[in-house]
Design a protein around this ligand. Structure first.
Ligand code: PLP
Length: 442
C-alpha cells in the first residue's frame, strides 16, 4: 500500500530503479527507451558521470546556504555561463527550482518593473491559446490550455489569450507562410489596442510550443513582428523556453533561430537535465537597472532559490552541452529523426502534420488527412498511444487537446541529445507499433 499521492489515482506506475544513457529501467528489469526525456528534461540521458560527480563534490563542500544571507560559487558560475551565452541584453539570472517558478517570477518581475518605472497602470498580461506556462496560479493563468484551466477558473488572473501561431491549422489557402506569420503576430497588436497600450505590461509565449501543441514551430518572421509590436507599445516580451530552451531545438536558446531577443526568458527542464530540480528567469539589464534605481529588491523569493547543489548540476549540464559540442549534434540527430519520421509516417493516413526543430518533434494525428478532422476526444487516442508505447518499452509524450484544449491529438518527442542512430530506429519502430495498436482500438 503506497502513501504517495500519485499523478493518477487509478494507475500504479512501475518503480524506476535505474537509468543508463537513453534508457530507464524498472524494478523488474524492464528497459524503456526514453524518447521524451520524461517531459523534455533528460537532455544528457541518464547516469551522466560528470554531472553526478559535480553534484557529489558540491554536497561534500556545501549543501545549502540561504540566499537571504549568502551567494554561492556554483550559482555565480552558472549565472556567468548562462549570460555569456544568452541572447541580447539578458544580463541577470534569478535561479529557481523549476519551470512554473520561473514563469511565475517572470510575471511578477514584469509587474514590479512597471510599478518602479512609474507606470503602475500597466498590469495586463497577454499570452496565447494552447500554450503551457506551468501549474501555479499565475503560470496557469498565463497558459492557454482550456482543459488544464477549466476547474480552476475562479482562481485565475484575467489574462488575454490570442491565437497561437499554428500554420497547419490556421494558415489560409493562398496565404504564404510569411504572410500568415505576420497576420498571426498582428493579433497581438489588435489585442494591445483593444486593452489600451498603456495598460499592457507584457506578452508571454513559448518560441516552440511544447506539451500542449506538440513542437509547434512559429511561421517565418512571426517573432520578429512580435518584437516590433512589443517595442512599438513598450510591452515586455517574455519568452518561455522552459521546454524548448537549453539546446533542445539545436541552439542554446530557441529564440536565437527566430532572430529575436526577449526582455525576460524562462528556462528549466534541460537546465538541470533531471539531475536536480532547477529553473531560471533571466532578465535584461534595463529591467534589472530599474529595480536597482527603485526599491533595490525584487519582492519575491523562495527558500530554495539559488540552491548550491542544484546550481552545481546546472553548471555541469550547461558546461556539457557547450563543452561537448552537443548543439551541432542536436541539429544533425534532429534532422535524422525528422527524416525517419517522414519516411515512416509522412504518408500515414492518420498523420496530419510532422513538425519541430532539432530533437524536439511533434506528430499531429487526424482521423482524415484531407479534411484535417481530428479523432473524437472520447476515443482518448493520445492516452492509448502513451499506454501502448510504454508497453512496447518506449516513453513518449502524447497529449490530447492539441487544437483547442479538447480536440486533436499529438505525440511529442524529445529524446536525449546523445541518442544514436540505432536508437532512433528503435524509437520509430516502437512508436509505429504503439500508434498502430492505439488506432486499432478507436
Ligand atoms: N513552461 C513550459 C513551456 C513548460 O513546458 C512547462 C512544463 O511542462 C512549464 C513551464 C512548467 O514547468 P514545471 O513543470 O517545471 O513547473
Amino acid at each position: 500500500m503506497s502513501h504517495i499521492f500519485p499523478r493518477h489515482t487509478r494507475q500504479a506506475p512501475p518503480v524506476a530503479v535505474g537509468g543508463e544513457g537513453c534508457y530507464l529501467i524498472d524494478a523488474s528489469g524492464r528497459r524503456y527507451l526514453d524518447a521524451s526525456g520524461g517531459a523534455a528534461v533528460s537532455c544528457l540521458g541518464h547516469g551522466d558521470r560528470e554531472v553526478v560527480t559535480a553534484i557529489k563534490d558540491q554536497l561534500d563542500r556545501l549543501a545549502f546556504a540561504h540566499t537571504g544571507f549568502f551567494t554561492s560559487r556554483p550559482a555565480e558560475e552558472l549565472a556567468d555561463l548562462l549570460i555569456a551565452n544568452a541572447p541580447g541584453r539578458l544580463d541577470r539570472v534569478y535561479l529557481v527550482s523549476g519551470g512554473s517558478e520561473a514563469t511565475e517570477a517572470a510575471i511578477k518581475l514584469a509587474r514590479q518593473y512597471w510599478v518602479e518605472k512609474g507606470e503602475p497602470q500597466r498590469g495586463r498580461l497577454i499570452a496565447r491559446k494552447q500554450s503551457y506556462h506551468g501549474n501555479t496560479i499565475g503560470a496557469l493563468s498565463a497558459g492557454g490550455n482550456e482543459w488544464r484551466r477549466a476547474q480552476f477558473g475562479p482562481l485565475l488572473l484575467d489574462v488575454s489569450h490570442i491565437d497561437p501561431c499554428y500554420e497547419y491549422r490556421l494558415r489560409r489557402a493562398g496565404e504564404s507562410p510569411e504572410e500568415y506569420g505576420r497576420r498571426a503576430a498582428d493579433a497581438l497588436e489588435a489585442e494591445i489596442l483593444r486593452l489600451g497600450p498603456e495598460t499592457v505590461m507584457a506578452f508571454m509565449a513559448e518560441p516552440v510550443v511544447g506539451a500542449t501543441a506538440g513542437a509547434l514551430v512559429p511561421a517565418p518572421g512571426y517573432f520578429r513582428r512580435i518584437r516590433e509590436i512589443c517595442d512599438r507599445y513598450g510591452v515586455l516580451l517574455i519568452l518561455d523556453e522552459v521546454m524548448c530552451g537549453m539546446g533542445r531545438t539545436g541552439t542554446l536558446f530557441a529564440c536565437e533561430q527566430d532572430g529575436v531577443e526577449p526582455d525576460i526568458a524562462c528556462i528549466a527542464k534541460g537546465l538541470g537535465a533531471g539531475y536536480q530540480p532547477i529553473g531560471a528567469m533571466l532578465c535584461s539589464d534595463t529591467i534589472y537597472d530599474t529595480i536597482v534605481a527603485g526599491s533595490g529588491f525584487f519582492q519575491h523569493g523562495h527558500t530554495y532559490i539559488g540552491h548550491p547543489v542544484a546550481a552545481a548540476a546546472g553548471r555541469a549540464v550547461v558546461g556539457a552541452i557547450l563543452g561537448r559540442n552537443l548543439l551541432p549534434q542536436v541539429r544533425a540527430r534532429g534532422d535524422a529523426l525528422a527524416s525517419r519520421l517522414d519516411d515512416r509516417f509522412g504518408q500515414h493516413p492518420n498523420v496530419g502534420d510532422l513538425r519541430g526543430r532539432g530533437l524536439f518533434r511533434g506528430i499531429e494525428l487526424v482521423r482524415d488527412r484531407e479534411s484535417k478532422i481530428p479523432f473524437d476526444p472520447a476515443a482518448g487516442l493520445a492516452g492509448r498511444i502513451k499506454k501502448a508505447a510504454f508497453e512496447a518499452g518506449l516513453i513518449c509524450y502524447p497529449m490530447s487537446g492539441t487544437i483547442d484544449g479538447k480536440h486533436g491529438d499529438h505525440v511529442l518527442l524529445a529524446p536525449p541529445f546523445i541518442i544514436e542512430d540505432g536508437q532512433l530506429d528503435e524509437l520509430v519502430d516502437k512508436l509505429d507499433v504503439a500508434i498502430a495498436v492505439a488506432l486499432a482500438t478507436v
